[in-house]
Design a protein around this ligand. Structure first.
Ligand SMILES: [Fe+2]
Length: 158
């Protein structure tokens, strides 16, 4: 561990940094999957969903950056190559042969929900270890991605 402006103990910073890196792996994987959906989507909902998926991807790229920088701020490292993310991501692989619009919606909704599960676990760790800043970071992303998941699920209903 490196020096950190944080007042948390080194072992606590290590645990949080490790958990943040797990979220970074998930987030980088999810970003690539969203882009695959953005590129390959076809069907009557193309006009709405193609740009929507791009907004998810742009936003997620910013969150990935913030998570990586939080891990480093706490004195850890940020592990974020594509190969590393592929090894550590907890998300299922994406079916790249998918083309139908609503099938992409279903696949992304499942994966965003898996991503949210990890974010909540990291938030729980932050709460247990009294790291309010990591908690706040997670809460901001959770709030936004719950909304995205709701939008996708709503598109599948009715
Ligand atoms: Fe694009």
């Amino acid at each position: 561990m490196y020096r950190s402006p944080s007042t948390l103990m080194e072992d606590v910073r290590g645990k949080l940094s490790e958990s943040l890196n797990a979220r970074l792996g998930d987030g980088l994987d999810l970003h690539s999957q969203i882009k695959v959906a953005h590129w390959n989507i076809k069907g009557p909902h193309f006009a709405a969903l193609h740009p929507l998926f791009e907004t998810f991807a742009v936003s997620l790229a910013n969150h990935n950056d913030a998570i990586a920088e939080r891990a480093v701020t706490l004195g850890g490292r940020a592990y974020g190559t594509v190969r590393h993310a592929a090894r550590v991501s907890g998300l299922p692989e994406y079916d790249q042969e998918t083309s139908r619009d609503l099938e992409h919606v279903r696949l992304l909704a499942d994966r965003i929900e898996a991503y949210l599960k990890g974010l909540r676990a990291t938030r729980d760790l932050g709460e247990a270890e009294d790291d309010q800043d990591s908690v706040d970071l997670m809460t901001g992303i959770i709030t936004e991605f719950e909304k995205h998941a709701w939008f996708l699920r709503a598109s599948l209903e009715g």
